[in-house]
Ligand binder design. Structure first.
Ligand code: F6R
Length: 234
């Protein structure tokens, strides 16, 4: 059985508070210089906490996990827009890295991103999880040795994400994403999962069996994993 740190909280608010304390401690002890960030509903209360705090990120370099292909950064549906709205317009960072889903050469974009990741090794990577167990846009079946790449989204993910697309823009079927190996290189990984929809994915993690069908389970092989959840598994 793999060991990881499971933090049970009462609700997302308490989860965000817990993550805030963890981050504050890492910042204050000078262990956090490069931070991997996620988007999605899970992260909204998390970033809210940071924004209303006096946390100082001026020396922190960031990398976001993923971005849709073909959605302009100015579009409210892009992850760049999400990050700007919830965090980057409100806090100053040393350097921000976002994948460009509009790049003419997506393969090159991914290779350059991976190079930057090698230049600034991740101290902490924050993760959410998809209902199907995806991490970033690494869908079920993604090779564990994958680095930053162009990924096809599954029907399940398209369906879940469609709620955000209320205008005429088409839901992208492709994304650019850090790979599972890129994520596993982080010194510390903190995964946040709130609500019943995430139960199946977390249950797989707790089963303790690593399988490509549930990308989240690869994290069992990481030596410093913390999972913050409001789900009860007793
Ligand atoms: C987002 C990302 C995704 C989300 C996951 C959960 O950058 O990488 O893997 O973390 O789809 O999304 P929410 O938080 O909206 O349930």
């Amino acid at each position: 059985m793999s060991m990881f740190n499971l933090v049970k909280v009462a609700n997302p608010e308490e989860g965000a508070q817990n993550l805030f304390q963890l981050l504050k401690k890492e910042l204050e002890s000078d262990r956090l210089h490069v931070l991997g960030l996620a988007t999605g509903g899970t992260m909204i209360p998390v970033y809210e906490k940071w924004v209303e705090s006096d946390l100082d990120f001026k020396n922190v370099v960031t990398f976001n996990l993923d971005e849709y292909v073909g959605i302009h950064a100015d579009s409210p549906n892009s992850y760049a827009y999400f990050m700007n709205e919830h965090l980057f317009s409100k806090k100053t960072f040393r350097k921000i890295h976002l994948l460009n889903g509009m790049a003419a050469d997506l393969e090159k974009e991914c290779a350059q991103y991976e190079e930057s990741l090698q230049q600034y090794p991740l101290d902490i990577q924050l993760l959410g999880v998809g209902e199907n167990g995806h991490i970033a846009f690494n869908e079920p079946g993604t090779p564990f040795d994958s680095v930053t790449h162009v990924a096809k989204l599954t029907d399940s993910t398209l369906h879940v994400n469609s709620r955000f697309f209320d205008n005429d823009e088409e839901i992208p079927h492709t994304a650019v994403t850090m790979g599972i190996a890129s994520i596993m290189q982080a010194k510390k990984i903190v995964l946040v999962a709130f609500g019943e929809k995430k139960r199946a994915a977390l249950a797989k993690l707790l089963e303790g069996h690593v399988t490509a069908e549930w990308p989240i389970t690869k994290l069992l092989q990481h030596k410093d994993l913390t999972v913050i959840t409001d789900l009860n598994f007793d």
